[in-house]
Design a protein around this ligand. Sequence first.
Ligand SMILES: [Mn+2]
Length: 436
Amino acid sequence: MKNTMIRILCTGDIHLGRRPTRIPASSSETTVEHIWEQMVDYAVNQDVDAVVLTGDVVDQENKFYESFGPLQRGLQELASNDIDTFAVSGNHDWDVLPELVDTLDTERFHLLGRGGRWESATLERDGEPLVRFLGWSYPERHVRWSPLESFETPINDGVPVFGVIHADLDAHDSRYAPVSTAELRGTAVDGWLLGHIHGPTKFDLGGSLGLYPGSPQPLDPGEPGAHGPWLVEVTDGGQLQARQLPQATVRYEEIELKVGDIDAGGQFRSAVTDRVQEALKKHGQESESLRRAVYRIRCTGRTSLRREFEAQRASIISNLKIPFDDRTATIDRIDFDTRPERNLEELAKGSDPPAVLAGLLVDLQKGTLDEEARELLMATKQSMDDASQTNAYAPLRRSSEAGGLPDNEDIREILFQQGMILLETLMAQTKEEEQS
Ligand SMILES: [Mn+2]
């Protein structure tokens, strides 16, 4: 039987020219260019049928100087190995990708949908159509409408069809081509290969594949988890499969450190080291390619040593570099989400300021709020909402990693955490006064 299996290597948001943050620039292995070269090598060695790039391949700021060369070389390499590349431009490379096409001496690079008009391209094998791509590219930096409005469902001639677009899913106020899940579901294609969201996600579109391959190399701590290009396969029976190839050399992750069992402040550093080593070992097992891990540590549990731990925080962050095999982990941040070993209810029985505060904290914990506490909750929510609406937060609102406005539960938790910090400070002051 003739083998008709189709193999597509897909990625988005490479942002060539950018550097992963919070790691030294010295290592070439951690660059985005390195990941791109790895991806090209993989495509050639595995002889895939096509490479698909879902936009923001090039980062705007450094587009010509740093990223053009590696991108050109990679695309030429693919072309000279008879591999076709299908790409759409995104908000970052809407103007630079069309220029790139004109400088490439190949007919195997296809920029689809130039100028914001849907375009179809068919890949052939032995003179027969194998797979079809329908793509749309940004005509300008901001696109406030859904490109799906002008999408025409293709005629079904038995050839698998993939839609390719750089778009913001289910964010209808977005300036980055807002499309809805319902629109994608209504298009009758076999799969949607999407760009813009840097976190990789695979989802179901009523029997069709939805895939944000994400950035193949994570770029900042807001992009946790394993990253890498995806291999999308159409089996001989017409089944679609997509799996991530964890080729990223960098990983950002938040890890939890339970500090309840640490008996002395001096043990904090080694507890951090142990925890980071454990995480690095685990993440290295998940991804052979991993070279550099950057951890945010969230300390949890009950402890009376928080201030002693906190005093070491800056030194640990700047000095701790943990090697394991040929990998290195560093610490980006240490947050304290701990609770003191204090009996709040006992403390609340008094009448001094710590007691009043402890009473409020007990209420916050139990949710038994009197009118005054409820007003505090509302006022906090109001000022947080106001703050998040200011211009300073606009980039955060647009970013894919922002989680929307805090709800009442979030506010209560924030108030509780802040209240505990205040209580700690008050208690320390009281102690100092007693001693003096
Ligand atoms: Mn984008």
